[in-house]
Ligand binder design. Structure first.
Ligand code: ARG
Length: 269
């Protein structure tokens, strides 16, 4: 299955501030270990046949390795993220990259965590709010990208981005999620989609188990979540488990380090 991903690198990855509950400035990633960890993820994507685009990180942007927050892309349009002030300096780099690669770029009028809070699932968009994304962004995403939004509210900063709490395994068919991460209406909305739902417990989810990339054939995910890995294998998926201990110090994992560039346009029936 085709998939194109924008990655950066971990050359300048540091914990300079604490904007999610996993970050602690006294626990810094090892620089060489982080670079190797990130490269191993990229190598795994390539081995799975995914196309990789690369934007070098900038020294003043310690979180730039987490490219998922830069935007949400569909077809040739991108809605830029509007991150917390600590990460604003990243945005011009991503904006320029997207413009130089012929994307129509739209700025977000409200707080928006990019793909971190907006997971494409065919023509549906699983869209987080209440933490880093203002709910008013949902109408913007519907209008600009043509998605049908499924609003999902996570219940605490532990799930500051939606991509820690739910994962698209196969659009239209299978999702994995952590029920405790969501309020009751959101849980009902997820069950109402009629897809197969794999439940992940809080323990595995808070180790970034759901922060994975699946193309419906291969799932690239963190090590340390054996129950989810087994459930995915039982769904006949190839599961590649990687170390993400350094990225975890910034509060992220596999999914956060790759912005999907080829989310399909509306399917016509
Ligand atoms: N330290 C980064 C932040 O707090 C981590 C972002 C992880 N990205 C994600 N899509 N969950 O912004």
């Amino acid at each position: 299955m085709n998939m194109a991903l924008l990655v950066s690198d971990a050359m300048h990855f540091r914990v300079d501030y604490e904007i999610n509950p996993y970050m602690r400035t006294e626990v810094q990633p090892g620089q060489a270990a982080a670079v190797v960890e990130h490269l191993s993820i990229v190598v795994a994507h390539r081995a799975a046949g995914r196309r990789i685009e690369y934007l070098p990180s900038s020294p003043e942007c310690p979180d730039m390795v987490f490219t998922a927050n830069a935007a949400l892309v569909r077809g040739d349009r991108a809605v830029l993220g509007a991150p917390p002030p600590e990460r604003k300096a990243e945005m011009p780099y991503f904006q320029d990259w997207l413009i130089n690669h012929d994307f129509d770029v739209v700025e977000a009028p409200y707080a928006f965590s990019g793909q971190g809070d907006a997971l494409a699932c065919g023509d549906l968009l699983l869209a987080g709010y209440g933490q880093r994304t203002d709910r008013r962004m949902h109408a913007v995403l519907e209008r600009e990208l043509g998605y049908e939004v499924v609003p999902l509210r996570t219940v605490s900063p532990q799930w500051y981005d939606l991509d820690l709490a739910v994962a698209v395994i196969e659009p239209g068919r299978t999702l994995a999620y952590c029920p405790e991460a969501f309020d009751e209406p959101s849980r009902r909305r997820l069950s109402g989609l009629g897809m197969d739902l794999i439940e992940v417990d809080v323990e595995e989810a808070s180790r970034f188990a759901l922060n994975l990339i699946s193309d419906g054939i291969t799932v690239t995910m963190t090590k340390g979540a054996p129950k989810l890995a087994a459930a995915l294998r039982a769904h006949a998926l190839v599961v590649v488990e990687l170390d993400t201990t350094e990225l975890a110090k910034g509060g992220g994992g596999v999914r956060c380090t790759a912005l999907t560039l080829d989310n399909p346009l509306p399917s016509r029936s």
